[in-house]
Design a protein around this ligand. Structure first.
Ligand code: G
Ligand code: G
Ligand code: MN
Ligand code: NA
Length: 254
């Protein structure tokens, strides 16, 4: 309850920070970044997202918080336009089901893009399977409206929810993110390895790019490349770090 009271004031107190984690291709080349929210309440330790996002969802606070994240993402994309290295990257933002289901969600995304003059084609929204389970037509309608602007969609934590494969083709995703729980043991667990190979093959036949999450070792990376995965995220390529640090790091290498 105390945490929830704190969360209620976190936005006006400016206590949220965005971290960015690199997304890379088969040559370890940087192609984008995922924004990950962090909460630093005054006088307390950093609260991990798994502790406050569920709370924010239950209380509805995820709606204003999510709008803040979108606004920051668009401001970031605009800022990156001025840098030759950053200009090429896309930015992935997590959108909770509750936020996506707001009647004005499409308008809010448009407004954030317009406010900053951000390129919609470089914004990717990460949705989770729970969103696909009901009011399918409404979800598809909103995804199509945003796609017309150029916004792209990624299905996050793929494999952990209940979305059946037949479901997948109803929604205009262009990317799947394989949950890191399947990646962790691919080198030792033949079942996990088989699941990953099946997901990669399925992604290909549905013309979806596949991101492997939680890649931590060279062995995993090589195995995933060998089996046709094209995009990767994980501690091996970089931990989530403050956005300002992420930008500074790239400045240094350009
Ligand atoms: O950031 P990890 O570093 O611990 O993130 C944990 C979880 O929090 C992930 O499942 C991620 O989807 C979720 N998350 C992180 N940032 C955001 C955000 O900005 N919005 C929403 N809705 N979820 C987020
Ligand atoms: O949105 P999503 O649930 O995919 O959030 C990504 C989560 O995965 C974040 O909590 C992030 O900190 C975490 N993460 C990213 N890379 C790795 C990794 O290589 N290993 C582990 N254990 N976690 C990771
Ligand atoms: Mn994600
Ligand atoms: Na995920």
């Amino acid at each position: 309850a105390r945490l929830e009271a704190g969360l209620r004031h976190a936005l006006v107190r400016d206590e949220f920070v965005l971290h960015a984690q690199p997304l890379v291709d088969r040559d370890s080349g940087l192609v984008g970044a995922e924004l990950l929210l962090r909460w630093l309440p005054d006088g307390l330790q950093l609260v991990p997202p798994d502790d406050f996002i569920p709370l924010a969802e239950e209380s509805g606070l995820i709606v204003p918080i999510g709008l803040w994240v979108l606004d920051q993402a668009c401001a970031t994309l605009r800022r990156w336009d001025d840098d030759p290295r950053l200009r090429e990257l896309y930015l992935a933002v997590n959108v909770s089901a509750r936020q996506f289901r707001q009647p004005d969600f499409v308008d809010q995304v448009c407004a954030a893009l317009a406010r900053h003059g951000a390129d919609p084609r470089r914004l990717k929204l990460e949705l989770t399977e729970s969103l696909l389970l009901d009011k399918v037509d409404e979800v598809v309608f909103k995804m199509r409206a945003l796609r017309l602007l150029g916004v792209r969609f990624s299905l996050d934590d793929f494999g952990t929810g209940y979305a059946s494969l037949s479901y997948l083709k109803k929604f205009p995703f262009d990317q799947l993110k394989v949950d890191r729980s399947f990646v962790r043991d691919i080198m030792s667990d033949p079942d996990d390895a088989a699941i990953i190979r099946a997901i990669i093959a399925m992604g290909r036949s549905l013309r979806l790019s596949v991101v492997a999450e939680g890649v931590e070792t060279e062995g995993q990376y090589a195995y995933l490349i060998e089996h046709g995965c094209t995009l990767f995220q994980g501690y091996m390529f970089g931990r989530p770090q403050a956005l300002s640090q992420f930008e500074a790091m790239l400045d240094g290498c350009s």
